[in-house]
Design a protein around this ligand. Structure first.
Ligand code: EPZ
Length: 423
């Protein structure tokens, strides 16, 4: 296993290239199950989760090959001739990446059947998929649970009105993909509004789907009989960009997040500005500057366009060194404070009461050996290491590699004293 070693101190100055978005790539790779021929995606992030999704598509019988012009191209082709698609996602793969459930919608829409291991919980919460399944039942599918697997069957899905209990991102994505090939009209109410949901609808419409309203709480899908292959460059990763923006803010830095789209980061940019950070759209990206005078801000995580839960841990670290006290409310996942005990070992003063974290500012963090527990918690420990005095070792960085492409190379290129080593 690898670890990442960070020496604290030093400003981040320069340009950081932002990779393709993990949370767009995963549903888009699943959507590649729908068209009748090979689709090519560009700007695919080199991430463990994307490789896992590629492995799953291969297990189902699709070919997934990096043969494109650049290493970030991926071409996904359906099985041809005598080769029949398999329609099952096994436990030992799904347990490593819950986004595997995204193959449910496409497989049952196109082939009338899918059998996927229930993802089980994960470090940040139970993360059930009841909304995915209720939505598929509304579309006329039969859903059965046995031996830890969910089996979904349907002769042909039929359009329906689906009202989600909460704006679940992958739940919405699964149902949009299923409805794209259903017979008739589907309306999804209380839909997730994340940019990645919009990106999926854009790509499905390029394939010939008829989807309106993605990005709003009301999405309408007129089912079609067939979808055609496409080529598409994946949108930049707003959470990677937000993570590096906090790194620049904490280190009195001046960083250009190359390729970042400010319109995907409005809630994060508003909070950075409220903290005293200068943020501007510049040269095809977002420029973040700080003189190090940071003011404490309060955070409530909400579905998009509210403040993203995937940025909560990063802002918590910035709150440790800002002037004043911050109150953070994690309203999306019930257990997303795993970074707190680790930050405590670096000298942070954070009090948790249920979903509320009260963070004392003005702290001087000190380097320590700390344990990564989930993707964004791991990133927050790297951020803490950038400003802590002395050396910080972040262990179990496989969590980090799921969602950040070459994070240590990108940070080193703008001045961080950081390296990867064998644990
Ligand atoms: C997506 O997860 C993202 N993952 C997560 O990013 C992100 O944190 C999350 O959305 C919220 O923005 C991908 O897109 C691959 P949800 P998802 O369904 O779809 C409850 C990262 O760090 N819920 O929107 O799984 C659920 O328990 C990851 O990149 C149900 O109760 O999240 C949670 O409390 C972490 N029943 C809330 O809704 C359901 O059927 C939001 O979950 C579905 C969800």
């Amino acid at each position: 296993m690898d670890k990442i070693v960070v020496e604290g101190g030093g400003r981040l100055v320069g340009r950081i290239p932002i990779s393709g978005a993990k949370n767009a790539a995963l549903p888009l790779l699943a959507a590649a199950l729908l068209p009748t021929g090979p689709s090519t995606f560009k700007n695919v992030p080199q991430l463990a989760d994307v490789r896992t999704m590629g492995k799953l598509l291969r297990m189902l019988g699709w070919t997934v090959d990096e043969g494109g012009k650049s290493k970030t191209d991926l071409t996904i082709a359906p099985p041809t001739g005598k080769k029949k698609p398999k329609l099952e996602a096994p436990y030992d793969l799904v347990k490593t990446m819950r986004a595997s459930v995204l193959v449910l919608g496409p497989l049952v829409a196109r082939y009338g059947r899918a059998r996927v291991s229930l993802p089980g919980g994960c470090a940040i919460g139970a993360r059930p998929i009841d909304q995915h399944l209720k939505g598929l039942q509304a579309l006329g599918a039969t859903v059965t649970l046995d031996h830890g697997y969910v089996e979904v069957t349907a002769k042909r899905l039929k359009g329906a009105t689906i009202v989600l209990d909460m704006p679940t991102v992958t739940g919405c994505e699964n149902l949009i993909m299923a409805a794209a090939l259903a017979k008739g009209r589907t309306v999804i109410e209380n839909a997730a509004r994340e940019p990645e949901v919009e990106e999926l609808a854009t790509v499905l419409n390029k394939m010939g789907a008829k989807i309106k309203g993605a990005g709003s709480p009301l999405i309408t899908i007129e089912g079609v009989d067939e979808l055609l292959p496409i080529e598409h460059a994946i949108m930049p990763d707003r959470i990677e960009a937000g993570t590096f923006a906090v790194a620049a803010a904490m280190t009195k830095g001046d960083v250009l997040l190359d390729g970042a789209r400010p319109e995907h980061l409005e809630a994060v940019i508003a909070k950075l500005r409220a903290s005293g950070v200068t943020v501007a759209a510049e040269a095809g990206g977002v420029r973040v500057r700080s003189n190090g005078d940071l003011t404490a801000v309060d955070i409530i995580t909400q579905p998009h366009p509210g403040f993203p839960t995937d940025m909560q841990a990063q802002f918590m670290v910035m709150a440790c060194i800002a002037k004043g006290q911050s109150v953070i409310r994690e309203m999306i996942f019930e257990n997303r404070y795993m970074h707190v005990p680790e930050l405590g070992r670096m000298g942070a003063d954070i009090h948790i009461d249920g979903r509320v974290a009260v963070v004392k500012g003005g702290m001087k963090l000190t380097g320590a050996s700390v344990m990564a527990t989930d993707l964004r918690a791991s990133a927050s420990l790297i951020l803490a290491g950038l400003v802590a005095s002395g050396k910080t070792e972040v262990l179990r960085v496989y969590h980090l590699d799921r969602g950040y492409e070459a994070i240590e190379k990108k940070l080193k290129a703008v001045g961080a004293k950081i390296k990867r080593a064998r644990q």
